[in-house]
Write a protein that binds this ligand. Sequence first.
Ligand SMILES: [Zn+2]
Length: 507
Amino acid sequence: MSQPTPKKVLFRDIQRSASQIIYQDIKETNMASQHTYDTHSTRNVIPLRPVIKDYAWGIRGLDSRVARFALESGIIDEVDPDCPYAELWVGTHPSGPTTLRDGSTLEEAVGGQLPFLFKVLSAGKALSIQAHPCKEGAKKLHIENPENYVDDNHKPELAVALTPFEAMCGFRRLEEISILIKKHPEFAACISDEAKLACFLAGPKEENKKEALQKLFHSFMSCPKETSAMQLKLLLKRLQKEQSCDFVHPHEEPPWERKLSRAILRLAQQFPGDSGAMAPFLLNYLLIAPGESFYMAANEPHAYVAGEIIECMACSDNVVRAGLTPKFKDVDNLVSMLTYSMGGPTINAGTPAYGDDRIMRYTPPTGEFEVMVITCNPGEDITLPQLPVPSVFIVIEGSGNTDNDDGQRLVMRPGRCYLLPHDCPPLTLAVNPTKRGPLRIALAHENQHVDAPTLASAADIGTKQWAGEFALPSSTPNTPRGNTMSSPTVNRHLNGDYHVGFKIPPL
Ligand SMILES: [Zn+2]
């Protein structure tokens, strides 16, 4: 009855026992692998031992998902309430290679390097303002400065929120920055008159705007420390006064302005004296809901501020830092490498994959990776299509189980991490009907939908379709962005408010 599984099954019609949905639309995917993997790997789902990082910005103790996940996956015995638990890594990167329970490496188990690195991040305070070089830039930096740039690979990255998540991503529109310069004299004092003038006189042409923005950013970043520190002090004093005063009725003040002021005050508290606290004047300030995601392409400035996410990136650890960090800052390289695209990234709450809305895919326009979030409700089971590439997954919520071919039952609990080898039979997850909530896993593999990305960076979208956080006039106000997205209901513009109520329930 059971026939051997063909080597490269493009798709299988798999019946779902609970609701009898049959997978359809074989042509939806363009399944392929850019890498070769050893075919001797086991045909079982294999538990993994991830690696954790205790960077200073991590959430401390048991409040951190990274800590709880590390405990559940058996890599720590107890959680230190004073220790920051910042990142949990699943991948083959040499700075934190994942292992199997028997001590062998994930790299040995998949028969090669995974082209991506899969992480859980718990950010208690802001990460540095940073950008990641493109492939060419990474090679150059690595040759010139191997100590600070350990990899010669690019690092596009994708974030899916597990909690409400705050981040600064990409430059604001020049029109927005001009308004902020006029409104905040302390910020204006950190920028040369020439750069301000270029900003005000840039006109409508995209190239002129980019040039003006580069001038402005360079001028701000090279402002003498004494000046910026003094202006920051003055700014904080004024913002504090405005925030504590009742003379502006909250209903009269646009929410984005209040949010901007609060963000600056909070960043300044976290990094005293660091003019990086003024970054919200220059960068889009996003607040995304659980299940929502964005993609950061190479050479886009960003800084994660607070919250917990699943993150997937090309296998690299290259960071060019510019502020909000005691670490090495490389302003010259940062200023010269950025694209100066304006506007923010697409915000996307996932697109159903394989005709099943319990499988949401988050697909960037890069070949190395994509992320699936799979939800299995109590009393149901779900079978994933077999792929020609290895996948890794992390249980992010609930519990359930899967049975291996050899009869071994794996019990899934939040934090447990697994490898699904490329020649493993299709993965079936099942949840006992007595459970109160769904089982949810986040799974990453090489991108199988690279022709149908659901996410785009600011550079891909272009400024014209970005309404920005401000209520500035836009050619297409409040309409979903017209890029190649296939599911218009899940893309949205930002207007500074926190959105909830999307089709998928909060993670
Ligand atoms: Zn980054």
